[in-house]
Design a protein around this ligand. Structure first.
Ligand code: SF4
Length: 450
């Protein structure tokens, strides 16, 4: 590589999996000698890590590709990489024709094409062996990118890549490939490395995280992995997401209840509250199955937050069927609802075989109804925290306020002049709102960061 410092810029859209992939890529690029650059047009290498889970997200990609094309026209030396679900496991050839100004295409969670490209085109020297490159690609001893070093409180760690479930609405299996669990030694090395670099909370992630280990030899499962992660020094909290209702075993729930670092916070999408719709979505459970799971969770973890995902306006969803979903939200009083209007995704069963026959206005009406209901539910449930003391992990400072989360994942704001980043603190709640709480430190003699 020449003496001149090269710079990279990564644009990240979408889920925690993409956040984790971008963090890994940033780390790899810095080990190859690149430095971060905030402005894409000033960078030598720009990578767009994409999401296509909804049409809206995909539209944004086309807009951003347009600006990158202009940037490359001004600076033909710029290297452009496209990564993530837009590329998927088999779209690269088609995309190469459509976007000839893009130099490298990478499927989700796989940076090898870019690293190889850089070695071949920019970095190759006689001393750099291929083996060194491969070590870098496979290395799980993750060194945080320089801008995150010393201030990254949270770490996302992928443990299951891809998904083999094929719900009829979902594009993920087509873009992220079949389900693959990572080896436990790689995961534990990565978590230890993050903890050594000051990360206090790790979130183990996967499209169906509770299927961890099903595709590996032996019977080591998510509960066993959580036990091992719980034993890592320096970590304060462990979470995992997203769970599929069918794989939430009693062993897993008992483990969450038993381990001291495991947060009482579960992400268990229901998607719809009507059996016919669930069947059409090919989710693999009924409303009654979900209700039984809800009881099993509340029996073992009475204070656990249960968060869910819901899609409104799935093909053929009648008003009556939607009301089943609405009434279920009312009954179960979820702690968080990730709400989405159904949008057709290419190659999915729903797109090929079902008519997208709920109008957008009707989808929006349904979305707003659940949104309003959820706001009412949270206004009520959050009131119980008034004047209570909760343990908060401080994650960031935004607009002069510290922001942290409770174990059950409620957002809390604190005003304090001192440096509280990364501290686990007792906070007395002074005001409650539907989507956040406001508090003040209980222990005024808190040990501040130096
Ligand atoms: S479980 Fe269903 S919704 Fe989740 S990623 Fe797999 S196919 Fe998509």
């Amino acid at each position: 590589m020449s003496d001149e410092q090269k710079h990279y810029h990564i644009w990240t859209m979408g889920c925690q999996m993409n956040e984790a992939d971008s963090r890994r890529l940033g780390s790899q690029l810095e080990r190859l000698g690149y430095a971060p650059e905030a402005l894409p047009e000033k960078a030598d290498l720009v990578v767009m890590n994409t999401c296509v889970v909804r049409q809206q997200a995909e539209n944004k990609i086309y807009g951003r590709l347009g600006s990158l094309k202009t940037a490359k026209e001004k600076n033909p030396e710029m290297t452009i990489g496209l990564m993530g679900c837009f590329v998927g496991v088999r779209e690269a050839t088609r995309l190469k024709k459509e976007f000839p100004f893009v130099d490298v295409f990478m499927p989700p969670s796989d940076t090898s094409a870019l690293i190889e490209y850089l070695y071949e085109n920019e970095l190759y020297t006689e001393e750099l062996e291929n083996r060194q490159m491969r070590d870098l690609i496979q290395d799980s001893d993750l060194l945080l990118p320089i801008e995150q070093r010393g201030n990254a409180v949270l770490g996302y760690v992928p443990i299951v890549l891809g998904c083999s479930h094929a719900c009829t609405f979902c594009i993920i299996p087509y873009r992220r490939g079949r389900e693959r669990s990572r080896q436990r030694t790689d995961i534990l090395t990565e978590v230890r490395s993050l903890a050594d670099q000051g990360v206090k909370e790790v979130m183990l992630i996967g499209q169906i995280v509770d299927r961890y280990g099903q595709d590996l030899d032996g019977d080591y499962d998510l509960a066993d992995l959580l036990r091992d992660v719980n034993g890592i020094d320096g970590l304060e909290r462990v979470r995992f997401l997203t769970s599929h209702p069918n794989w939430m075993t009693d062993k897993l729930l008992d483990t969450v209840a038993e381990l001291d670092k495991l947060c009482p916070h579960l992400e268990v999408p229901i998607q719809a509250g009507n059996d016919e719709v669930l069947k059409n979505m090919r989710r693999g459970y009924t409303v009654d199955d979900y209700l039984k799971l809800h009881d099993r969770i509340k029996y073992r973890l009475p204070d656990a937050a249960i968060n869910t995902d819901i899609i409104v306006g799935f093909p053929g969803e009648t008003d009556e069927q939607f009301m089943d979903t609405y009434n279920l939200v009312k009954e179960l009083k979820f702690d968080k609802v990730h709400l989405a209007k159904y949008s057709e995704r290419p190659r999915t069963v729903a797109q090929r075989r079902m008519e997208d026959n709920v109008s957008d206005a009707e989808k929006e009406r349904r979305r707003l109804m659940i949104d309003e209901l959820f706001k009412e539910i949270l206004t009520e449930t959050n009131k119980k925290y008034q004047d209570q003391t909760l343990e908060i992990l401080i994650e960031a400072k935004k607009k002069d306020r510290w922001q942290g989360r409770t174990g059950d994942n409620r957002l809390v704001f604190i005003e304090d002049e001192r440096d509280l980043l990364g501290q686990l603190l007792d906070v007395k709640i002074t005001a409650t709102r539907p989507f956040s709480l406001q508090g003040e430190l209980v222990d005024k003699t808190v040990l501040v960061n130096s």
